[in-house]
Design a protein around this ligand. Structure first.
Ligand SMILES: *[C@@H]1O[C@H](CO)[C@@H](O)[C@H](O)[C@H]1NC(C)=O
Ligand SMILES: *[C@@H]1O[C@H](CO)[C@@H](O)[C@H](O)[C@H]1NC(C)=O
Ligand SMILES: *[C@@H]1O[C@H](CO)[C@@H](O)[C@H](O)[C@H]1NC(C)=O
Ligand SMILES: *[C@@H]1O[C@H](CO)[C@@H](O)[C@H](O)[C@H]1NC(C)=O
Ligand SMILES: [Cu+2]
Length: 441
């Protein structure tokens, strides 16, 4: 016994030294029904570990996350690690019936993946029905131990999750809409870190307070986890310096208002240089009448295949890509009365946004507008209302990757498709074998 203990210890030491101080973080996510009080009423909602929002995961670039998801709720569930590239571990990405069958009530599945080449703020959420209304949390990726931020070290760091709250059960809200063919009921409140704020003052607990000392600079990690709304954020009297979006550093720029599409994250530095008092972070929103038809048409320069690798995506919406090919996607919004942009999210990749514009995309004319020098890198692009965006990525991550509108009402209307990226040459360009506990249907 003693010698095996010693061997184990030496083994750990050796692997820590070899891996350049990267860590393996183990977490347990118990998906369960939990009573919470919001808007003066108590409701049973689905949470992770009884927390709403769920636990914040904190890692460094190069680390590995092992999250054992145990489903003690009455719904099928999967978890998506929004923005994580999942290189060679596509089966850990999470979309229900696309990359995995759901974890059934009573079941469990251990997600295991390594975070490589990404730093900043991402998040995780359920990718099954509308469970993500309450099943979500922050995923923070700091630089490796010996590497600084590309900006001055902030005095404190605060994740700020902007969300939506329904008094009704969100799963019932979407089921009702699917049954009747109507639009789902709109939410009853917006929330900041799970709280609806001071206007609902039935309890003094209703506001999220973040204390910052005068003169201090804070790194605020905003995450738009609302299901169906683009959000505008400002902090009274303060300027914000944007330093990162979607876990890609940006050239810093100063603004007093942020527009964050659903699914997107924005990291800002704020110096508390106004007189000490209470300042409000006010998410705002545009009005919400959705058209009855999916308004975005996808135009892919990709090959159509009739057979899905794992799960039933309609063949007309599955596009096969050769490993390493460069894919350009023109996202054209063809709606007449859409009130909001379409946040199109691609799984498994960070893509470059070459250009965006209004009206119809004109392949000849608009190619001249492409930014091929320093295009922004994102995992979500807000396609302008009645406009277009052109994105490009290299298909160097094998697997089946969903691309969809991150406004959840629009997924129900069919605004989702997938790329099947084939394996390349050799082990390092191929999907690893799926884990043995990958849920089966
Ligand atoms: C949606 O709203 C309507 C009208 O207020 C209400 O009758 C219905 O019960 C709501 N549906 C759900 C699932 O809460
Ligand atoms: C909150 O407080 C104000 C004044 O203090 C009161 O007028 C209002 O009715 C309260 N709102 C709720 C939802 O309790
Ligand atoms: C894709 O394949 C389906 C089924 O074979 C076909 O109906 C559809 O027109 C194809 N789409 C494109 C864009 O080629
Ligand atoms: C749960 O997932 C199983 C497949 O694992 C499927 O057969 C079943 O219909 C799902 N249940 C619901 C309510 O979607
Ligand atoms: Cu997401």
């Amino acid at each position: 016994m003693a010698s095996s203990g010693l061997l184990l210890f030496l083994g750990c030491l050796a692997s820590a030294l070899l891996a350049g101080a990267t860590k393996v973080h183990h977490h347990e996510f118990i998906v369960q029904e939990t009573p919470v009080k919001r808007l003066c009423e108590e409701h049973n909602i689905i949470t992770v570990n009884g927390q709403f929002p769920g636990p914040t995961l904190e890692v460094r670039e190069g680390d590995t996350l092992v999250v054992n998801v145990v489903n003690q709720a009455q719904y099928n569930v999967t978890i998506h690690w929004h923005g994580i590239r999942q290189f060679r571990t596509g089966w850990a990405d999470g979309p229900e019936f696309v990359t995995q069958c759901p974890i059934k009530p009573g079941g469990s599945y251990k997600y295991r993946f390594t975070i490589e080449g990404q730093e900043g703020t991402l998040w995780w959420h359920a990718h099954s029905s509308w469970l993500r209304a309450t099943v979500y949390g922050a995923l923070i990726i700091r630089p490796r131990e010996d590497k600084p931020y590309p900006f001055d070290k902030p005095a404190r760091e605060v994740p700020i999750l902007l969300g939506e709250w329904w008094n009704a059960n969100p799963v019932e809200v979407i089921r009702e809409a699917q049954r009747t063919g109507g639009a789902p009921n709109v939410s009853d409140a917006f929330t900041v870190n799970g709280q609806p704020g001071d206007l609902y003052n039935c309890s003094r607990q209703d506001t999220t307070a973040i204390s910052v000392k005068p003169g201090e600079t804070a790194l605020l990690r905003f995450i738009n986890s609302a299901l169906n709304h683009e959000l505008f954020v400002s902090i009274a009297s303060h300027k914000m310096t944007v330093v990162g979006v979607d876990a890609s550093y940006t050239k810093p720029f100063v603004t007093s208002v942020l527009m964050i599409a659903p699914g997107q994250t924005t990291d800002v530095l704020v110096t508390m240089d106004q007189a000490p008092t209470r300042y409000y972070d006010m998410p705002g929103v545009y009005t919400t009448d959705f058209p009855a038809n999916p308004p975005v048409q996808f135009d892919y320069t990709a090959q159509n295949v009739s057979q899905s690798l794992w799960q039933p995506i309609p063949a007309t919406k599955l596009y096969k890509l050769r490993f390493g090919s460069v894919v350009q996607v023109v996202l054209q919004d063809t709606s007449i009365v859409t009130p909001e942009n379409h946040p199109i999210h691609l799984h498994g990749y960070d893509f470059y946004i070459l250009a965006e514009g209004f009206g119809n995309y004109d392949a000849e004319k608009d190619a001249a507008k492409f930014n091929l020098e320093n295009p922004p890198q994102r995992n979500t692009v807000a396609v302008p209302v009645n406009g277009w965006a052109v994105i490009r990525f290299r298909a160097d991550n094998p697997g089946v990757w969903l691309m969809h509108c991150h406004l959840d009402v629009h997924i129900t209307w069919g605004l989702a498709m997938a790329f099947l990226v084939e394996d390349g040459y050799g082990e390092l360009q191929s999907l690893e074998a799926p884990p043995v506990d990958l849920p089966m249907c």
